[in-house]
Unconditional design. Structure first.
Length: 133
């Protein structure tokens, strides 16, 4: 994967099973969303439809990607410093899928933190790391 850019978090690079993955026009989307918790469900719907219908990703794999999308969009809503966030996805010419969430925070990419067993939050980035490896 290319190095991460401050404020941008890479979600996943997964091989596509789509038979036309080498076509000239590759599927992509780029959408700005209001930084509101109700938009996270919309982000999952958009990403899920794109992964399954345009990229040909199998349901089980797409469901794992959607957990990652939910976690990163939630972080953008809760911790981002803007009133919106950007969600984009594209298929590379080698058939790899790339997804990003950008919240325009000036800080470097977040890292998982140690949290206690009784803490309500703080595990999202651990899930992200586990699913994208």
């Amino acid at each position: 994967m290319p190095p991460r850019v401050a404020g941008t978090t890479s979600l996943l690079e997964a091989p596509s099973r789509h038979p036309e993955a080498t076509a000239t026009v590759l599927p992509a989307f780029d959408v700005a969303m209001e930084a509101d918790a109700c938009r996270i469900a919309h982000a999952r719907l958009i990403t899920g439809a794109w992964l399954k219908r345009l990229c040909g990703m199998v349901d089980e794999r797409a469901d794992l990607v959607l957990v990652v999308v939910s976690e990163l969009c939630t972080n953008a809503v809760l911790h981002g410093q803007a009133d919106s966030f950007q969600l984009r996805g594209w298929m590379r010419s080698d058939g790899q899928i790339r997804l990003e969430v950008q919240d325009w925070s000036p800080s470097v990419a977040p890292r998982p933190q140690n949290v206690g067993p009784m803490e309500e939050g703080g595990r999202g980035l651990f899930l992200v790391e586990a699913f994208v490896k």
